[in-house]
Write a protein that binds this ligand. Structure first.
Ligand SMILES: [Zn+2]
Length: 353
């Protein structure tokens, strides 16, 4: 720990906490955390870890800042939305302004099975991975990566006024697929873009994630009790579900990931096929494994965007000049977008990954 009095003063209220101290502060300064997704959860996590003095942060995100982000994505401002700054870059700049002593790197990338190892693990294994993503495919990919590389993963999820958090410690408790074996099928789940999300609910989940990260860094050997915390602000009900029963190797034997060692998302086996160009300014998202309930999708989307539907397809207008047609087999054609990444992002936003 540096003897710099300003440095000491900065962390004084945290270092006096039982269980942290100067040595905990030193551990935080030496730690490397990878935050995947710099959206709502990512912003909250990054803000808190930067202020807490986590010395090395790697930030990964594929999107740019939009006006609809400002209500809950606390690292961004109007200038970022106006100029369409990449979120990873805007978050890096803001976190660096909060705490200039940190080493913060930013990657503008869509994390997938081909680049996940190099983006997350890179040249040096990080101490932990924080999930700030918004889709299950990427979450399961991170879970595969965490289990194969023995890296703790701090999962968080939020929608509407509800949220949940779970810390995954490979070898010490259940992985994400022990608890949620399969992603919900396309069109069956709501997304934050169709169901909405309260900024206050986001802050709770990102705080639970940041607290779990700090605890893990400060004392990795501490007694670990696997649990899932969930809440609903509509009823102000919080509960913690004890997952100790899933902690034994016998209990995990049936898990396809940490029990059977089949890493379907990291191997690419379960990855959605690539987006293809179909005609001028149009991209096709190929069909996934499950069919879509079109009437349910139409009613979810109708709350936020113009939509027309019939028995064959749902046509969504995300913004003027852009049109996405989703078919019952989960295939979609997106017209009027600039690139395939945007086509995929629109699909994830409205249909869900
Ligand atoms: Zn598992």
């Amino acid at each position: 720990m540096t003897a710099d009095p300003l440095h000491r003063d900065r962390y004084s209220r945290q270092a006096i906490l039982p269980g942290i101290g100067e040595s905990g502060q030193q551990s935080l300064a030496m730690a490397h955390a990878v935050v995947v997704g710099c959206g709502a959860l990512g912003c909250g996590i990054i803000d808190q870890l930067a202020r807490a003095g986590v010395g090395h942060l790697t930030l990964i995100d594929r999107d740019v800042v939009e006006w609809s982000n400002l209500q809950r994505q606390t690292l961004f401002d109007e200038a970022d939305a106006r100029s369409g700054q990449p979120k990873a870059i805007a978050a890096q700049r803001r976190a660096g302004a909060i705490n200039s002593s940190l080493n913060i790197s930013a990657q503008i990338a869509d994390l997938n099975h081909e680049n996940a190892v190099s983006l997350v693990v890179g040249n040096a294994r990080p101490d932990l991975i924080l999930d700030g993503t918004d889709n299950f495919e990427t979450r399961y990919l991170l879970n595969d990566l965490a289990v194969t590389r023995n890296i703790p993963l701090i999962y968080g999820g939020v929608i509407a006024r509800r949220g949940m958090q779970m810390t995954i410690r490979p070898g010490h408790g259940p992985c994400l697929r022990c608890v949620f074996p399969e992603p919900s099928s396309n069109g069956e789940t709501e997304t934050c873009d169709t169901a909405g999300v309260l900024g206050a609910a986001v802050s709770i989940v990102s705080s639970l994630q940041a607290a779990a990260a700090i605890d893990l860094i400060v004392d990795p050997a501490r007694d670990f009790r696997p649990s899932l915390t969930e809440f609903d602000l509509a009823t102000t009900r919080f509960r913690s579900i004890d997952l100790s029963n899933l902690a034994t190797p016998q209990a995990r034997a049936g898990c396809i990931c940490c029990g059977k060692a089949r890493y379907e998302f990291l191997s690419g086996e379960r990855t959605r096929p690539a987006v293809t160009l179909c005609g001028r300014g149009a991209f096709q998202i190929p069909a996934g494994p499950s069919r879509i309930d079109l009437s349910r999708l139409a009613s979810n989307v109708a709350r936020v965007s113009p939509v027309t539907a019939n028995e064959f397809f749902v046509r969504i207008i995300p913004r003027e000049g852009v049109e996405m047609t989703v078919f019952a087999d989960s295939r979609a054609v997106v017209r009027g977008t600039a690139n395939e990444g945007e086509a995929r992002a629109l699909y994830d936003r409205y249909v869900g990954a």
